[in-house]
Design a protein around this ligand. Structure first.
Ligand code: 0O2
Ligand code: 0O2
Length: 202
């Protein structure tokens, strides 16, 4: 398998999606409006992780591109929970990509405590061999969700996926605390906006 050649178009997808999403943020900034996007990161899944995932799920090498949906991954991080749904709606209305799957782990958290909104998309890239339609995963989450997921991800790495029970329980409590923080921040935001509206109408 020539991994470099196979992954090059995926790197293109990640870069293009990052440019486009950053474009959204810039447009909000120019209009001095609250941007639903705080920052964007992206990566091509490392070859070792692709192989590991394929082995775990008994995916044949020839099926990797069809069955592993997150070879190209972009993450959109926002301030408020509402922003997640604003971004989802904006992505749904775009004509340069096609959503093929949505997973709402924001309203329905995973067993670990993980929250995020995932979109699996099909995205066309122009390659030297013509147009290719590739899959990519867009993860949309708040800063608090991102803080939790980043820490949990490191612990998973440290414990090689076998996090001790007491640490798992702590993580679940931390996930709840992160969620409460998001709820409180949303309430504060709404109250501030309400106060601003009253001030303006006066
Ligand atoms: P800006 O406009 O400074 O935000 P790149 O090739 O540099 O675009 P790369 O190599 O993927 O992106 O970098 P990375 O490390 O994944 O980070 C992507 C962007 O997210 C960077 O901004 C980081 O500054 C930003 N970022 C990462 N973590 C945080 C965080 O916790 N808070 C905030 N506010 N930003 C964060 P850029 O791309 O340089 O653009
Ligand atoms: P990495 O290292 O992030 O690239 P699954 O069967 O649950 O493993 P599936 O069905 O492909 O995965 O999709 P799902 O559940 O939507 O998860 C895909 C990605 O979401 C994961 O990629 C993680 O990035 C993130 N994710 C899902 N669950 C968790 C979790 O409990 N904690 C953290 N920190 N992240 C999570 P990968 O392939 O696991 O790897």
């Amino acid at each position: 398998m020539n991994w470099g050649a196979m992954l090059a178009p995926y790197a293109q997808v990640v870069e293009e999606l990052k440019v486009k999403l950053k474009g959204i943020r810039k447009q909000f900034e120019y209009e001095s409006r609250h941007s639903p996007i705080e920052f964007i990161t992206g990566r091509v899944k490392p070859v070792a992780s692709i192989i590991e995932k394929a082995e775990k799920r008994q995916i044949n090498v020839d099926d990797i591109e069809r069955k592993i949906q997150d070879i190209a991954g972009v993450r959109v991080v926002c301030q408020f929970v509402d922003d997640i749904y604003t971004i989802v709606a904006m992505i749904r209305s775009r004509s340069d990509l096609q959503i093929i799957e949505e997973k709402d782990y924001v309203s329905e958290k995973k067993e670990s405590g993980y929250r995020s909104y995932h979109l699996i998309i099909e995205y066309p890239v122009e390659t030297i061999d013509g147009r290719k339609i590739l899959m990519a995963e867009i993860q949309i989450r708040t800063l608090a969700m991102n803080f939790w997921a980043t820490n949990e991800h490191s612990l998973n790495y440290k414990y090689k996926g076998r996090i001790p029970k007491d640490v798992k329980e702590r993580l679940q409590r931390a996930a709840e605390a992160a969620f409460k923080l998001d709820e409180e921040m949303s309430k504060i935001k709404n109250e501030v906006q309400e106060a601003q509206r009253m001030f303006h109408s006066k």
